[in-house]
Design a protein. Structure first.
Length: 222
């Protein structure tokens, strides 16, 4: 009986050892699986952090771009408001009149200068520096502009034909006399003489034809 008990104990010990071994194997397998899952979770977490960092960078870039666009928009709105408030330039061709059969008009010389060009044939007779009656009506069209200008320069111009039947010794002298005649008239209408200069340019600045070259240019600075 004792021998049988010993055998039973041996068999029980073996079974217990096998159980412990099996349990160890099971626990070892679970442990490895947990390690693999842990590593997978770490990798996923790292990928998520990288994605979050990328999104944060994109948000920061978008915020910077939005600020730049807002700044540009504000600047454009300011420029637009300034442009709307700026006074419109006078329509020298449209509302200045075309006395003398359309031979008078206006052109812009400089950003703050306006020039009124009137044919000498409208203002004066041939070889004369005396204003025609209709010339006064022509000049009266611009009188409000003469009065509001800060300075006025009156330039007389002629064609290149030499003086023959006139008391003026040269085209330059005739052109100066005509400029002075225009000044005398507009001063008589209330324009300050202190802001008016006159110059005779004779035939020094011809245009495309003799008729176009004979003119009086009135340059207004505002």
């Amino acid at each position: 009986m004792i021998g049988q008990d010993v055998n039973v104990l041996k068999i029980g010990a073996r079974l217990l050892g096998l159980g412990v071994l099996a349990a160890g194997l099971v626990l070892g397998g679970c442990n490895n699986k947990l390690k693999e899952e842990n590593e997978a979770l770490k990798t996923e977490a790292a990928e998520l952090r990288e994605k979050v960092n990328s999104v944060d960078s994109e948000k920061a870039a978008l915020a910077t771009q939005t600020q730049q666009l807002q700044s540009q928009n504000a600047q454009l709105q300011s420029e637009l408001a300034s442009a709307r408030q700026a006074p419109a330039a006078p329509g020298w061709n449209g509302d200045a009149g075309t006395g003398g059969g359309g031979r008078s008009g206006g052109t812009v010389r400089e950003p703050r200068e306006r020039m009124i060009e009137i044919s000498s044939d409208v203002l004066f007779g041939s070889g004369s520096a005396t204003l025609k009656p209709d010339a006064r009506k022509e000049l009266d069209k611009y009188m409000s502009r003469f009065k509001s200008a800060s300075t006025i320069r009156i330039e007389g111009h002629t064609d290149s034909d030499p003086i023959k039947k006139s008391k003026w010794g040269s085209n330059q002298a005739l052109s100066k006399a005509r400029a002075d005649a225009v000044k005398t008239y507009i001063v008589s209408r209330g324009v300050s003489s202190s802001k008016i200069d006159t110059v005779g340019k004779g035939a020094s600045e011809p245009k495309g034809s003799k008729a176009a070259s004979r003119r009086v240019d009135i340059v207004l600075a505002e």
